[in-house]
Structure formats: structure tokens, C-alpha cells
Design a protein around this ligand. Structure first.
Ligand code: AVJ
Length: 345
């Protein structure tokens, strides 16, 4: 947590600067740990077959900037669709959630979609959860200008584990917010675990507003992850640059290609980095080699039909109560209530 338990009302830039300092001193403390798990994931990822490195390592400073650029690409319909759904459904969402809940956003990043929700549901507090990035702090500064009376309690942490929320909001009814179809980056058992830990974090009587990308034609899906300008390719390849600079790597980045595949059996987009020729390199002094055509699997993005999405939520301990989609049915936003459906018929 960036600022443990204490309320953060961001009224001035001076206060913000102070919080940023606190945050960074915590980061220094946490750097070694992050380095170690990045190192482990990369060394392990190059050793297993098929090779795979978790998607979270794509989001360093440069990666987060590239991802922001992806969200504005003509091919990347997800962000635009979700935003239009949220603004159209805002008053219906508010009618179902009521006013005055604490909004808890998982993986808030740049919090681009948050203002729409906050204006609609008039929350008693806002809790952005993210690994403490510049993005988190910049977005909080921005939000505090738009909502000067809103209490903001940033929580620094990995939202995949159960978190303890700041004491001040524990007695408030809560509304979890998990936009962007980030749930799609988890394979089904991991997605169910994540939803369950969110239910445990938010507790009884809470609600969850979640964005989930829909199954659709590969003619729409593939370009969304393989854009004409090559931004997604740069985003994917950035992982190799990061390995070279942070893990004493000698990966020949130019010998790798961004590769996108639709895996029909798993109903997911896969991102890979494919060796265009035989390559040898070292990471942290360990030698690796890949034959031409071999890949490193870097991301999954699962797609869900309407029925799939409601089954997933139920398995994760959330009962759907309403859902919305855009004109073309590309994306869905679902509101769910904590608690399993009744077992008895
Ligand atoms: C916002 C993380 C869900 O999978 O669509 C997009 C990530 N990576 N293009 C997605 C992503 C490359 C994105 N998520």
C-alpha cells in the first residue's frame, strides 16, 4: 500500500508530491523483489516448453505507454466499445448500485474509464489498486482535480491476491470495478480464483462491475492484436528489450517477430514472439537457444459469449444481475452481486 490506511484527500499538487515521495521510497524497498520475480519468470519461461513469459512483465514504463497507444488504435475496438457502453449505461448502473458505495478499482492503471463511473454512482470513496506506477499517481492527481471532495485511498499491490482494504472504507458497501477485459488475460481456473479473491476482498453485500470482451469473428479479433501501424508488435517486442536492459540479456530483438494466433479450442487470442531464424543468447549469464519458428508465448486474451461470461462469474462467486453491450455486440459490461446462486433447485 502506498499510504497505509490513512485517508488521502488530494487537494494540492504539494500534497501529491509528498505522496509520490512516500510511494517511491516504498518502491525502492520493493524493487529487489520485483527484479527477482521478473528474473525467475524469464529464466523459467525460457526453460519450459512451450516457452512462456507472463503478460504482466509487458507493462514497464515504455510498455504502459505503448498500451495506452493501443487503446486509441482504429483496430482496437475494446476500449472504445467499453467506454461507450459505460457512458450509455451510467444511470442504469447507478440505479442498481445506489449512491455512496466505495468504488474499488482493480488494476486501475491510467484510470481512463473511471470518471464516467464515479460521476454516475457518486461514491463515498475511491480505492485504486495497482502496482505503484507513475500511471497510478498521475491518474490520481487528475481525478482529484475532477472530484475535489472525493476521498481517494490508493492501494499499492498485486490485485491477484486477497488484499486488505483501508480500514476507513471497510464499513462502506463496496463496488468493485474491473474494466478492460483484463479478466481475459487469465485462463479459466485462474480467472475463477481471481473472481473469488475479489469477492473475499470486497465482502458481503458488495457488487462488481466488470468488462468482458466477447467472442466474435477472427476478422475483427486478429487485427485488434496485430495493428497496421505495428504498435502492438512494438508492445510485444518491448518485453525482449526489457529483458536485455534489466536482466543482462543479449536477445537479438530484430530476429523476433510479433505473432498473433486465434486458438479456437480455448477461444482465445494468443500473442507470441517467434524466432525468424535460429538464435542463441544469454540472460543473466545463462545460455539459451531457439530454432527458427519457435515461439515465446507472451499473452492470452480469452473471449466469452454472453452465457460463458455469466457461468464464469457464477463460478467465481458473483451472481450477474444486469449486462450491457454496444450496438455491434462487440464487448460487454456486467454488473454482479457477491454471493453464489442458491444450490437448491
Ligand atoms: C487490456 C490487458 C485485456 O488483452 O486486450 C492488448 C492487453 N495487449 N493488446 C487485451 C493487450 C495487446 C489487453 N488487456
Amino acid at each position: 500500500m502506498c499510504v497505509d490506511g490513512s485517508m488521502v484527500r488530494l487537494h494540492s499538487y504539494r500534497q501529491f508530491g509528498f505522496l509520490m515521495l512516500l510511494c517511491q521510497s516504498k518502491r525502492h524497498f520493493g524493487f529487489a523483489e520485483i527484479d527477482r520475480s521478473f528474473r525467475n519468470d524469464v529464466l523459467n519461461g525460457f526453460s519450459i516448453r512451450p516457452r512462456a513469459i507472463p503478460a504482466r512483465w509487458q507493462y514497464d514504463r515504455r510498455g504502459s505507454g505503448l498500451f495506452d497507444a493501443i487503446t486509441t488504435l482504429p483496430e482496437y475496438y475494446l476500449t472504445r466499445s467499453e467506454r461507450s457502453i459505460l457512458s450509455k449505461a451510467a444511470s442504469e448502473i447507478a440505479a442498481l448500485t445506489g449512491f455512496g458505495r466505495a468504488v474499488v478499482e482493480f488494476g486501475s492503471g491510467s484510470s481512463a474509464k473511471t470518471p464516467t463511473l464515479l460521476s454516475a454512482v457518486n461514491p463515498s470513496a475511491y480505492v485504486p489498486i495497482d502496482i505503484c506506477t507513475d500511471f497510478l499517481w498521475r491518474s490520481i492527481e487528475q481525478l482529484s482535480k475532477t472530484f475535489p471532495d472525493l476521498s481517494i485511498y490508493p492501494v499499492e499491490g498485486d490485485f491477484t491476491g486477497e488484499l486488505r482494504l483501508p480500514a476507513a472504507i471497510q464499513s462502506m458497501p463496496q463496488l468493485g470495478f474491473f474494466p478492460g477485459s483484463t479478466i481475459g488475460n487469465f485462463v479459466v481456473p485462474a480467472a475463477v480464483d481471481l473472481l473469488r479473491s475479489m469477492a473475499a476482498t470486497l465482502g458481503q453485500g458488495s457488487m462488481l462491475l466488470i468488462g468482458i470482451d466477447r467472442l466474435k469473428s477472427v476478422d475483427v479479433l486478429l487485427p485488434a492484436y496485430d495493428d497496421a501501424q505495428g504498435i502492438t508488435a512494438a508492445f510485444n517486442l518491448n518485453l525482449l528489450h526489457r529483458i536485455n536492459s534489466e536482466l543482462r540479456g543479449s536477445v537479438p530483438v530484430d530476429a523476433f517477430r510479433h505473432l498473433v494466433r486465434w486458438n479456437d479450442a480455448e477461444e482465445r487470442i494468443e500473442m507470441h514472439l517467434e524466432a525468424a531464424c535460429d538464435v542463441r543468447f544469454a540472460v543473466e549469464g545463462r545460455p539459451f537457444s531457439m530454432a527458427k519458428g519457435e515461439t515465446i508465448h507472451t499473452k492470452n486474451s480469452l473471449k466469452y459469449g454472453p452465457r460463458d461470461a455469466s457461468v464464469l462469474l457464477r463460478a467465481g462467486g458473483w451472481a450477474p444481475i444486469a449486462d450491457w453491450t454496444d450496438d455491434k455486440g462487440l464487448f460487454s459490461v456486467i454488473l454482479a452481486k457477491e454471493g453464489a446462486a442458491q444450490l437448491a433447485p
